[in-house]
Design a protein around this ligand. Structure first.
Ligand SMILES: Cc1ncc(COP(=O)(O)O)c(C=O)c1O
Length: 410
């Protein structure tokens, strides 16, 4: 007893813990409460109950709406019956399972690549695409707007990191030109940018990579299932699959599961399996997630109506927003930003939309460039016209309440 009392008085304050507990940004988040709302129940479709109130989900990346598709659910359930809930270890240590290999073969064939490796998250797949593909003294040349997972992978690699202005080919050309000709280089871009919804200019990027002997990595989380033949993605949309060295993506969007993939030539994928920390030291994807992704891939190919509806809704939503006069940053895709440009107004509009039954997400600087604070919406094949129309009405009300006049209505 005496010993523990003396220890209490002798112990120093743990400054890291104290700093975390006192963090101002966390306190602000908890006070204004824009994130981490709890959805209590969810049926098929975009209507759900969040904290006792019915809301229409306007920002889920479930582009094709397959998370409740009967064939996808059945496949996930059957996989648990056959394989249990988890392989409980990494594939290097415990071996691959048949369902890993089958999913990888199907994905590689669909994407038009020789080989594929699947991970438990897109985030990990993207990190591994850069962290061991590159090394010290290499150069990674990145579009300023690439996803956080790629920045993490780039930093871990130890390579020099160079940035070019978002989707600006003159800027990319200038960065490449100033680097030593013999320095190993990798250009990294998103296929479809998650916040902006912009589609990468892959043909021009491929030409510049060829000119400078640079490898090309494309994170296609938001292009997969959305662009290209049957939804094969941004590289297929541009006809340059063979010119991209590593294509990466996520299962948590069009494939209605959780996980990610890397696709490329066989030798590169095997190299990554030998050298990527994220692959070697992380458990393999679970049977249910792998089976859901594989079944969703089959549905995507057999039932093109989901992709058709997604694009009908996307065109309709863009038309609706243009009519209202909001700034959608020129997005041509189902990833739709509604740029407000000021944090406070953005918050008020987000809150009013939530109060009117529309679940959106606020993306503010530094997560997006200064002055681009936005509500980020995503269109799904499951949205109905009536839901999109009601959202438009609610947005007009919300903007009025926030004393915000959109640029197209000024
Ligand atoms: C462009 C992009 N890359 C990577 C990821 C990470 O994927 P996951 O959610 O599967 O970890 C996301 C997810 O939001 C993304 O938008």
């Amino acid at each position: 007893m005496l010993k523990s009392i003396s220890r209490l008085f002798a112990s120093k304050q743990r400054s890291v813990v104290a700093r975390a507990r006192a963090d101002a940004a966390t306190k602000l988040r908890l006070r204004f409460d824009p994130y981490y709302h709890v959805v209590d129940s969810q049926q098929a479709g975009m209507v759900m109950t969040a904290e006792g109130r019915e809301v229409v989900m306007m920002c889920s990346n479930e582009y094709l709406g397959l998370s409740h598709h009967a064939a996808v659910r059945r496949a996930a359930q059957a996989a648990i019956d056959e394989w249990g809930t988890s392989p409980c270890g990494s594939r290097l240590a415990n071996g691959s399972r048949a369902y890993h290999v089958e999913l990888e073969e199907d994905l590689a064939e669909f994407l038009g690549k020789e080989a594929c490796h699947v991970s438990t998250a897109g985030y990990l797949a993207q990190m591994s695409a850069l962290s061991s593909f590159n090394r010290r003294k290499d150069a990674i040349i990145a579009d300023k707007s690439i996803h956080a997972s790629l920045w993490d992978g780039a930093r871990l690699s130890g390579a020099d990191i160079e940035r070019f202005a978002h989707e600006d080919m003159a800027s990319l050309r200038a960065v490449l030109a100033k680097l030593p000709a013999d320095q190993p280089k990798t250009v990294v871009v998103d296929g479809v940018y998650s916040m902006e919804g912009h589609v990468a200019s892959l043909p021009e990027i491929c030409d510049l990579c060829d000119e400078h002997g640079a490898a090309l990595v494309v994170d296609d989380c938001h292009g997969f299932g959305v662009l290209g033949r049957e939804g094969r993605g941004t590289a297929d949309h541009h006809g340059c699959t063979a010119r991209v060295d590593l294509l990466t993506g996520s299962f948590s969007k069009s494939l209605a599961s959780t996980g990610g993939y890397l696709a490329g030539d066989k030798a590169t994928i095997e190299y990554l399996r030998t050298s990527s920390q994220q692959i070697i030291f992380s458990a393999a994807i679970s049977p249910s997630c792998a089976a859901a992704a594989r079944a969703a891939l089959r549905v995507l190919r057999a039932e093109p109506e989901h992709l058709g509806r997604l694009w009908e809704n996307t065109r309709y939503f863009h038309g609706l927003l243009t009519g209202i006069g909001v700034d959608t940053w020129g997005s041509p895709t189902p990833a739709v930003p509604i740029v407000i440009g000021e944090k406070e107004r953005c918050y008020f509009i987000w809150k009013s939309l939530m109060d009117q039954g529309f679940f959106t997400v606020m993306s503010i600087a530094p997560g997006v460039p200064e002055g681009k604070d936005m509500l980020r919406c995503a269109v799904s094949a499951l949205h109905t016209r009536e839901q999109l129309d009601r959202f438009g009405d609610a947005l007009v009300v919300a903007m009025k309440k926030a004393h915000y006049t959109p640029p197209g209505a000024r």
